[in-house]
Design a binder for this molecule. Sequence first.
Ligand code: HEM
Length: 190
Amino acid sequence: MIKNNLLEQLKSETLSNHQQLEKNLILKLKEMASLQDYLHILQIFYAYFGALEDQINQYIGADQLSDYAARRKTLSIKEDILALNGIVPEKATAADLPVIDDVLKAFGALYVIEGSTLGGQVISKMISKKLELATGEGLSFFRSYGEDTMAMWDSFKVVLESHANTQHEADVITQAANETFQKFKVWMEK
Ligand code: HEM
């Protein structure tokens, strides 16, 4: 019963934060006029997702999510930045991040990272149109799983819901997801 509710709870209770973040990012994408502007967006993602992933790695590995290694995003952001001759920034610090001190909170944060692959499909098209990155250089992060995106999302959701066996656990995951969205919005506005 509760298991089926986790995904609904996550979606509905993080909707407002998702919409605010989406609005901010779309604005940035609309204002983007040069490769330098795109690099800046990649640097924002690298610093926040990179630091977040380091936290998540302490609680989630192949035991908790069998294909976790294939899901890591920081390396692809770094490769995109380097492919476009940009500078790889420092990662964000603990003060800029949500508190991740157990596996449930790690899954809440990972929900936000994995979910970003869904928007990534729209975002990568916007970017490649605007900047004419025809050969796809510098787009691997936003393209993420490409045509496998829905399948990867569906299999992530199955594992995610297996980790919430009580309402309390579902609340902890949802709270961490919301904090991850909120702190990212603050980071993006910095
Ligand atoms: C231009 C920016 C963005 C657009 C256009 C966008 C768009 C979307 C779309 C179309 C979906 C699928 C909705 C559905 O099929 O039900 C989605 C889901 C999601 N997005 Fe975004 N997104 C954006 C940015 C982001 C970012 C930056 C993050 C995270 C940092 C994010 C996290 C999520 C999550 C977690 C979901 C899953 C919701 C659920 O079904 O539980 N999105 N987004």
